[in-house]
Design a binder for this molecule. Structure first.
Ligand code: AMP
Length: 299
């Protein structure tokens, strides 16, 4: 297996300015895996409750996602509810119920342990470290985090930062983690904490990548009809890591290309609720948006 993700598989209730969906398939690892599956083999390490329908697991498998690492525990699946303001960039979390995720002890299947690419999707940093400790020398480990963990688990998060290669976070989280208002300075401060790469996401304003000898900035792919931005960040990471894993390379030029793959992939995610926007597309469709995006940014 070339790429492994650990994080949440969830039920999400999402309210947008135009519509509402109750208890649809969501979760940080779900969006990541669905996004990456168009580009590479992906294995999922997660927990669901015994309320999780087989049909949802089947739809993940249909995308080619290996679910050997998905444990079914006694109890309810992780639940999250959120509401978006009309500007799409402001999101209010209305509810988070950890349920079976609260006592999740990730077990990385032996068949995943030699994978070169590992993504630690949004979860408690302690849990991310538990999963990471079970891999044998991966080539590239990237993690995501969120304001909640910066707030309540900063020490563990700082420990995690010394063990990973890259961190993906949004502008607000970067400011919160480093105390720096300027995003470039915030990114540099994150690099001082351990990782050699930082990807800063700025929602509809795009993302930038910074590392040693590497600075790349990219606008978002312009989507005309946004349906639901939930999972856009995870899908970005799925496209980014999925491309890197598919070419097995992490040189700076490949990283820049991966940023375009991440951006193109995230644009599919926001075109539907849950993983609907990600479900129908193939590598060729991602590549068509890659080429379009490339033409938008070159002169
Ligand atoms: P994103 O829009 O990329 O930030 O990801 C949204 C997804 O993250 C949703 O599908 C949620 O189920 C999931 N999520 C929300 N809060 C948490 C949390 N505290 N830990 C892990 N996953 C979460």
């Amino acid at each position: 297996m070339s790429l492994i993700v650990t994080g949440t598989v969830a039920f999400d209730t999402v309210e947008t300015p135009y519509d509402k969906r109750e208890r649809c398939l969501g979760g940080s690892a779900t969006h990541f895996a669905a996004a990456a599956s168009a580009l590479t083999d992906v294995g999922l390490v997660a927990v669901v409750g015994n309320d999780f329908p087989d049909t949802d697991l089947e739809s993940l498998r249909k995308l080619g996602i290996d679910c050997t690492g998905v444990e079914v525990a006694d109890g309810k699946t992780f639940f999250w509810a959120g509401r978006y303001e009309a500007d799409w960039n402001t999101r209010h979390t209305l509810d988070t119920q950890l349920n079976v995720f609260e006592h999740f002890d990730p077990k990385v299947p032996t068949s995943y342990q030699n994978s070169d690419f590992v993504f630690l999707a949004n979860a408690a940093p302690e849990l991310q470290m538990k999963a990471l400790g079970q891999f044998n020398n991966p080539k590239l480990v990237v993690a995501d985090t969120m304001n909640l963990w910066i707030d309540i688990a900063r020490d563990s998060l700082c420990e995690l930062l010394t063990k990973i290669d890259g961190l993906v976070l949004n502008d607000e989280e970067a400011r919160m983690l480093t105390g720096e208002n300027n995003l470039l300075q915030a990114a540099r401060k994150v690099l001082e904490l351990g990782p050699r790469l930082v990807i800063l996401k700025k929602g509809e304003h795009g993302a930038f990548l910074i590392g040693e000898g590497l600075h790349f900035s990219l606008p978002a792919y312009p989507v005309e009809k946004v349906i639901d931005p939930t999972g856009a960040g995870d899908s970005f990471a799925g496209g980014f890591m999925g491309y890197l894993a598919s070419v097995g390379n992490t040189d700076p030029q490949t990283m820049r290309r991966a940023m375009l793959y991440g951006t193109a992939t995230a644009s599919f995610c926001v075109e539907g609720f849950s993983i609907e926007g990600l479900q129908t597309r193939r590598r060729s469709e991602v590549e068509a948006r890659f080429n379009e995006l490339y033409s938008f940014i070159t002169i």
